[in-house]
Design a protein around this ligand. Structure first.
Ligand SMILES: Cc1cc2nc3c(=O)[nH]c(=O)nc-3n(C[C@H](O)[C@H](O)[C@H](O)COP(=O)(O)O)c2cc1C
Length: 167
């Protein structure tokens, strides 16, 4: 836009500012022959009617390639005692494909075909509705096909770059 100068930001300082916004933590999963899971805190509820959510995935992530090839995905919203699960699905050294799910209890999501992480606070199964390129991430919008939620508010939180159970 005319008159507005583009400012160059250090990634570290941007991360510090973004980190002031407390979020929950999810694991996004895709099924099929080579299933995949990735920890994501960019999950956002978008619309009630139609029922839409979004998640932003870095273009360099394996999950980005996987989502480009699949019509459906699931989101597991992690509970306070799932810090280890969040770290595991953010760790590039985890096995690829089906083997990566040997480390966690999961069940099959009948609507999406994606693994649902057991012990989570909630699950959403989604059909890929739209995607939008946005800088070094792509915004994937999912149309909700099915939901599940257990009682309780013992959410896992992410604040200032740290995973922490809700107080
Ligand atoms: C708490 C937390 C939240 C994260 N949120 C996102 C996210 O929203 N989007 C993203 O692309 N990566 C996010 N990451 C980083 C990915 O989980 C990490 O890069 C992962 O190894 C990518 O997996 P993949 O390349 O095997 O798909 C997050 C990591 C952590 C620890």
């Amino acid at each position: 836009m005319e008159g507005l100068q583009e400012t160059v930001f250090e990634k570290a300082s941007l991360r510090r500012v973004f980190g002031a916004f407390a979020t929950g933590v999810t694991v996004v999963t895709v099924g099929g022959e080579i299933p995949h899971g990735m920890t994501a805190n960019s999950f956002t509820a978008v619309s009630l009617d139609p029922p839409l959510i979004l998640v932003c995935v870095e273009r360099d992530a394996l999950m980005h390639d996987v989502l480009e090839q699949h019509p459906a995905f699931a989101v597991s919203i992690l509970a306070a005692d799932q810090t280890g699960v969040a770290r595991y699905f953010a760790d590039k050294r985890r096995p690829v494909g089906r083997d990566q799910f040997d480390a966690v209890p999961w069940s099959f999501g009948a609507c999406s075909g994606a693994p649902l992480i057991q012990g989570s606070l909630a699950h959403l199964e989604c059909a890929l509705h739209e995607s939008h390129e946005a800088g070094d991430h792509t915004i994937y919008i999912g149309r909700i096909l099915a939901t599940w939620r257990r009682p309780g508010d013992d959410a896992l939180l992410f604040l200032n770059g740290e995973l922490r159970p809700a107080a």
